[in-house]
Design a protein around this ligand. Structure first.
Ligand code: ACO
Length: 398
């Protein structure tokens, strides 16, 4: 059928386009997506090429500066970020105020927002040096804050970063290490997490990135803008989907439901139940990231001995969906988050941390897009119009 919401309705001098289905808010040279063909490129490089040959830190540099770094530049970039991983001791006080069962996403967004208070003299969006230092600080400190959010939920002491480790190794140790004990790094887990972060690193004008740009368009600093992006990502229709997928798979498993039975519920829109991890605003074909992640899920679960049954349920659901008219007609395919949850779970992360991992991956994209927005002379403060549907003039007391 025709998607009415997607049709532009011209009303006077404003365009009614709920969900911005057809409205571009920016010119951008960062990421290219062809949703019909299932193509994703960062700065012109195919995602498959980068997944095979690059690393998350290299891709972060590429997204932010537009070119792949030389080996020396990459080493200096990683070292610079490593040197900024320490967060002010007082930041830890913020974590004490949250309840123990607080979801780590709002804890992360609050602490990233709070971070701006520690650098209030160096966040002028039009000062290149200050933009540079904010970029480094965010990339360096967000993983530390993310690990604090995690440790807080476990009731465990926070770890200090260990800067002879690489970005992903450091983060894993911050999450799973215990003070005064050695943490054994599993190179397979490092490799898989590095890849997952890279695949999430940017996705043009999605909900959280548009949020970052909109907040930044008011010349809010990078910390405030990224914190807003984290809040947008928290939603289950966006980054929260990875957590929702695992909850769905578990539900199917624990209720002993057949994937076919679940599919019937989805198709009948029973209680608004959706096949989480399926469908995408832009991809009307297989999400190229999902393809890469699916094979990683199969490999890593063999190595880590994760929950094969959940992977099997996911694979069965996918198989059924791809052959089902409901999904075919609506062009619903697995998106990036359909298989990430089973991998994160096998790595030892609880469901609540999944979207935090997405945020960690998306961070370079948010930064690259914020910088592009600030540097673009055509940028204006984001200020959509509306179609007023309320009362005409009323008289008080009449
Ligand atoms: N399961 C079942 N039906 C679905 C699904 C799904 N996952 N996704 C869309 N549909 C149906 C809708 O019900 C609608 O059907 P209708 O025409 O009979 O009303 C049709 O497909 C079109 O869907 P919309 O919701 O209009 O598509 P939209 O582009 O607005 O939404 C979205 C995209 C939000 C991703 C949607 O597909 C969805 O909710 N998916 C599940 C959540 C999810 O996985 N989100 C992650 C997105 S990727 C990311 O942020 C990383």
């Amino acid at each position: 059928g025709i998607n009415i919401a997607g049709l532009l309705k011209e009303t006077g001098d404003v365009t009614y386009d709920p969900g911005f289905m057809n409205t571009a808010n920016a010119k951008s040279a960062v990421t290219f997506i062809d949703g019909d063909e299932g193509v994703l490129r960062y700065r012109g490089y195919a995602i498959e090429d980068l997944a095979k040959n690059s690393s998350f830190m290299e891709v972060a540099y590429l997204l932010i500066y537009g070119e792949l770094p030389t080996a020396d530049t990459l080493a200096a970039w990683e070292e610079n970020i490593a040197r900024h991983t320490m967060v002010h001791e007082d930041i830890k006080n913020f974590f004490g105020g949250f309840p123990r069962d607080a979801h780590p996403m709002p804890v992360l967004s609050s602490s990233v927002s709070a971070l701006s208070t520690f650098y209030s003299d160096s966040q002028d969006p039009f000062d290149e040096e200050q933009v540079h230092i904010s970029t480094i600080r965010l990339l360096a400190k967000v993983p530390v804050l993310a690990s604090y959010a995690f440790k807080k939920s476990l009731g465990q002491p926070f770890m200090y970063p260990k800067n002879d480790l690489n970005y992903v190794e450091n983060f894993l140790r911050l999450c799973f290490g215990v003070p005064a004990e050695d943490y054994e790094i599993d190179p397979d887990v490092v490799k898989a997490l590095d890849l997952l972060l890279m695949l999430h690193a940017d996705h043009e004008q999605n909900c959280s990135t548009s949020t970052v740009r909109l907040v930044g368009s008011a010349h809010a600093n990078m910390f405030a803008s990224v914190s807003a992006g984290i809040n947008a990502l928290y939603g289950p229709l966006h980054g929260g989907a990875n957590e929702a997928v695992l909850n769905m798979l578990r539900r199917i498993q624990s209720e002993g439901m057949k994937p076919e039975e679940f599919m019937e519920k989805v198709k009948n829109k029973e209680d608004g139940v959706k096949l989480m991890g399926f469908g995408h605003r832009v991809y009307k074909n297989y999400d190229p990231r999902a393809k890469i992640i699916k094979s990683t899920a199969e490999e890593i679960l063999v190595k880590l001995g994760g929950n094969d049954e959940l992977l099997e349920i996911a694979q069965r659901l996918e198989e059924k969906a791809l052959a089902d008219d409901y999904f075919i007609e609506r062009k619903l395919y697995p998106n990036v988050d359909f298989y990430t949850g089973v991998i994160y779970k096998a790595m030892g992360f609880p469901e609540k941390m999944f979207t935090v991992l997405f945020a960690l991956g998306r961070l370079p994209g948010w930064i690259a897009q914020w910088r592009e927005m600030i540097e673009d002379p055509e940028t204006k403060i984001g200020r959509p119009r509306q179609i007023y549907t309320g009362h005409p003039l009323r008289t008080y007391g009449a």
